[in-house]
Write a protein that binds this ligand. Structure first.
Ligand SMILES: NCCC[C@H](NC(=O)CCC(=O)O)C(=O)O
Ligand SMILES: NC(=O)OP(=O)(O)O
Length: 312
């Protein structure tokens, strides 16, 4: 693996999940691997979990960590080829990526979708710009279209809570006041397609995800029907994909309640809007796995960084 950019960079999901669970029992096992090496974390957007869990994973591997809030503090970057830079952008991705490569051995980047221009978001200009011009491995800490560290942590969490070989896993849309990206849902779908499960996606009409990703997946527009007999309910809001970036519904009939959840475990990547996405009783109850998911972000990051370091 050269970079960790998408879920498809996972060479073997079951092996990586097992390795992560083993690492969790002995987190400092590979403490020497990152000695005298540096990871640089660049954030174009806010974060709690990704920032701290990736830093912690790096520290447990003995890496030095440099963090920069690029969105506020870096120069505005230009991505276009041959652009006459007489407008707002100050520095080209070509120099920026090469320069960061001189200071660090791995670079990790968070750059969300703008949700205005679908083509621009799907071109993944920030993360692919770094992957094209950096001379070091690049890690995706949530890009326009994917959040593969989250999906790997979710796979670990599913495995830790597995009670049957082929569980029923439901990905449900839920309402949110703002337009949110598709990245988390996309990567969850891609990850679920790598394992054996009765997987169902439910959302209101108009909220279909990128059909290239959901091809062959079961889609059920009736949320109650989708939730019947579920073992895991993974909840997430996303904005419309077809009517790109638009909020078409804030219908709180889609909010997850204790009653709807039944015996299933509740999952969400966080941060979560209480009593909008899910009612308090679920988050405060025993069936919620959200904190375990957040903990597993350390081990998903650590497995990825370990694989990259072994390759350097
Ligand atoms: N990394 C986890 C989710 C990040 C982002 N959520 C948000 O922006 C929520 C913000 C809010 O609730 O105001 C998303 O959906 O992709
Ligand atoms: N789940 C997740 O990526 O959280 P942050 O946005 O806080 O990093």
């Amino acid at each position: 693996m050269k970079h960790y950019l998408t879920v498809s960079d996972i060479e073997s999901l079951p092996d990586w999940v097992d390795e992560a669970i083993a690492l969790k029992k002995d987190p400092y096992q590979f403490e020497g691997l990152g000695k005298r090496k540096t990871i640089c974390l660049l954030f174009f957007n806010n974060s709690l979990r990704t920032r701290l869990s990736t830093q912690k994973a790096a520290m447990q591997l003995g890496l030095d960590v440099m963090i920069m809030n690029f969105g506020n503090e870096g120069w505005a970057l230009e991505y276009g080829d041959g652009t006459i830079m007489d407008q707002g952008t100050s520095e080209h991705i070509k120099e920026a990526a090469q320069v960061v490569s001189e200071y660090a051995d791995i670079v990790a980047i968070r750059a969300f979708a703008g949700l205005v221009d679908k083509e621009k978001d799907e071109s993944e200009e920030v993360i692919t710009g770094f992957a094209n011009y950096a001379t070091i491995p690049v890690v995706n800490m949530e890009s326009s279209v994917g959040h593969p560290l989250q999906a790997l942590a979710d796979a670990i969490t599913l495995k830790e809570n597995e009670i049957k070989i082929r569980p029923k896993v439901v990905l449900s849309w839920a309402p949110h006041p703002k337009a949110l990206p598709h990245a988390v849902a996309n990567s969850f779908v891609e990850m679920m397609r790598m394992q054996d499960a009765d997987f169902v996606i439910t959302h209101p009409k108009g909220y279909e995800l990128n059909p290239r990703l959901t091809q062959g997946c079961q889609i059920e527009y009736d949320q109650n029907k989708a939730l019947e007999g579920a073992d895991f309910v993974y909840v997430k809001n996303w904005s419309s994909y077809s009517d790109y970036g638009k909020v078409l519904s804030k219908d709180t009939d889609w909010t997850i309640t204790e009653k709807k959840l039944g015996h299933a475990k509740f999952m969400h990547c966080l941060p979560v809007r209480r009593n909008m996405i899910v009612e308090d009783a679920v988050l405060d109850g025993k069936q919620s796995l959200v904190v375990q998911q957040a903990k597993n972000r350390v081990f998903s990051a650590q497995i990825v960084l370990k694989k990259l370091l072994e390759n350097i």
